[in-house]
Design a protein around this ligand. Structure first.
Ligand SMILES: Nc1ncnc2c1ncn2[C@@H]1O[C@H](COP(=O)(O)OP(=O)(O)OP(=O)(O)O)[C@@H](O)[C@H]1O
Ligand SMILES: [Mg+2]
Length: 470
């Protein structure tokens, strides 16, 4: 039987038009010309499978109506009918549980596609757990929290707004960015990641925006920046918190009108780039210290997806272990090793401060060492011997408590531990200003970033996080 559809729009012409289209396909259509009228119909027992809801209406507007619909008929699917300039409200509607949106005016095929998607419940509710993003990159979402993120990503993918990806190091911000790109209309265009922390500040601007000859010493030819290369595609600005504030201002400009000029040039370049940004910094702190510009932050956070740390989605550990084992065994051309109950239990008990990256490295080490006991020993909590209370330098046995593994590895782990402690102290002393910390430690900025990642160091949020990684 064809589905019941409730159509809510204040324009009589629009009501008539959509109604005709729907009735052509034998849907049973009810109409309401105000939000109030729609709610009244629902209160009186109308139970549509789908509501097509205009966003801008006098009286109760689309968002208020949506709120009531969600309360009265939580299982009804809602599609927002919007105008081109309603992006902000569309995003808000999706946050409130709308399933999709159509921009007026639309064609019958667009309407058909959206309805088909909405009514095909099996397709709409994401059921697969592993999804291939590219030849050797996957997105796994097995826990309820991750499935929710997966479906939000799918919704936001086809609205051209910036998305801010948050989460501790190694929680999968980059893979999530790739997933959004893959699910968007830009999927066949370029996806580029720019790590704002890995490029020295003064190079970052020319890297992003390109330059003309004479823009700076050594600029002999013209070069397009990443934004131009990425035209019609998606750019992921990784570690956005490391971008110098002056450049943040320029980026804000690009977000506002999709235009900029190359260094050393006055002519304006127009681009159409979807911007995703990722960071694991403490945002309130970064805003307070002006490291992150507030105006840029509010622009970027139109839609935020926050990845939970692995310790908050432990039910995913078995599937992740199996997946990483299969994939890595394949790429190292080795038979996969068994994941015994003992090993599984140790993994479930571990807190994974380096999150999925640490878990991936754990599987890799196990596969290479081929020794379950050794692998388990690495993630087992160690008592004493560490200068950092409550930390666990996974990947290197604590020098003073575990004499196994030979003199060489003993030396290495002692060095690693000492190094991690010194780096952590320098970072804490400089309030996580990585440049100053690098100066203090007398190592290069890049080397510091590498080590921070290697040891899985993260800014204190109540407790230390320390593990091997990278
Ligand atoms: N949902 C996931 N499914 C499958 N693999 C994942 C997932 N999340 C993360 N990984 C894997 O974990 C590793 C780290 O992921 P990613 O680089 O995306 O993390 P990140 O949050 O960007 O980390 P960082 O803050 O350190 O840059 C990668 O090898 C990635 O393939
Ligand atoms: Mg990353």
């Amino acid at each position: 039987m064809a589905a019941n559809i409730l159509l809510v729009d204040d324009e009589p012409g629009m009501l008539r038009y959509i109604r005709t289209l729907l009735e052509l396909d034998n849907y049973q259509v009810q109409t309401a010309s105000t939000g109030e009228e729609a709610i009244e119909q629902l209160t009186n027992g109308l139970d549509p499978e789908l509501v097509l809801l205009d966003l801008v209406m006098p009286g109760m507007d689309g968002l208020q109506t949506l709120e009531q619909i969600r309360r009265l008929r939580p299982s009804a699917r809602v599609v927002i009918l919007s105008c081109v300039n309603d992006t902000k409200k569309v995003v808000q509607a999706m946050r409130m549980g709308a399933h999709d949106y159509l921009t007026k005016p639309f064609q019958k095929i667009e309407l058909d596609a959206v309805i088909a998607q909405c009514l095909d419940h099996s397709q709409k509710i994401y059921s697969g757990e592993v999804e291939e993003l590219s030849e050797n990159s996957f997105f796994i979402a097995a826990s309820p929290a991750m499935k929710k993120i997966r479906s939000q990503a799918a919704l936001v993918a086809h609205v051209d707004i910036p998305v801010l990806l948050l989460g501790e190091s190694g929680t999968g911000k980059e893979v999530l960015g790739r997933l959004i790109h893959k699910l968007s209309a830009r999927a066949h265009r370029t996806f580029l990641k720019v790590n704002c922390a890995a490029v020295p500040a003064d190079l970052l601007e020319s890297e992003l925006f390109g330059y003309e000859p004479g823009a700076f010493t050594g600029a002999t030819h013209s070069k397009p920046g990443k934004f131009e290369i990425c035209n019609k595609g998606t750019i992921l600005l990784d570690e956005i918190g490391e971008m110098p504030p002056s450049l943040q201002a320029k980026l804000l400009h690009v977000l506002q009108d999709q235009s900029f000029s190359r260094l050393g040039s006055r002519s304006i370049v127009k681009v159409d780039v979807r911007i995703l940004a990722a960071t694991n910094i403490n945002i309130p702190e970064a805003l307070a210290s002006k490291r992150l510009r507030e105006d840029l932050y509010y622009r970027l956070n139109a839609f935020t997806l926050e990845l939970p740390p692995l310790r908050h989605r432990k039910e995913e550990i078995p599937i992740l272990l199996k997946h990483f084992m299969t994939r890595m065994a394949e790429s190292y051309a080795r038979p996969p090793l068994p994941l015994s109950p003992t090993l599984m239990a140790a993994c479930m008990a571990h807190s994974w401060p380096g999150n999925l990256r640490e878990l991936g490295n754990f599987v890799k080490r196990y596969l290479i060492l081929g020794d379950e006991q050794l692998a388990i020993a690495e993630i087992r909590p160690k008592n004493g011997g560490s200068n950092l209370a409550g930390t666990n330098l996974a990947g290197s046995n604590s020098a003073s408590t575990n004499p196994g593994g030979g003199l060489k590895s003993l030396g290495r782990s002692a060095k690693d531990e000492a190094e991690a402690v010194a780096i952590k102290r320098a970072l804490d002393e400089t309030n996580w200003n990585r440049k100053q910390a690098a100066v203090l430690l007398q190592i290069s900025y890049k080397a510091l970033l590498y080590k921070v990642r290697q040891y899985g160091l993260a800014q204190n949020q109540g407790h230390h996080k320390l593990s091997a990684g990278a």
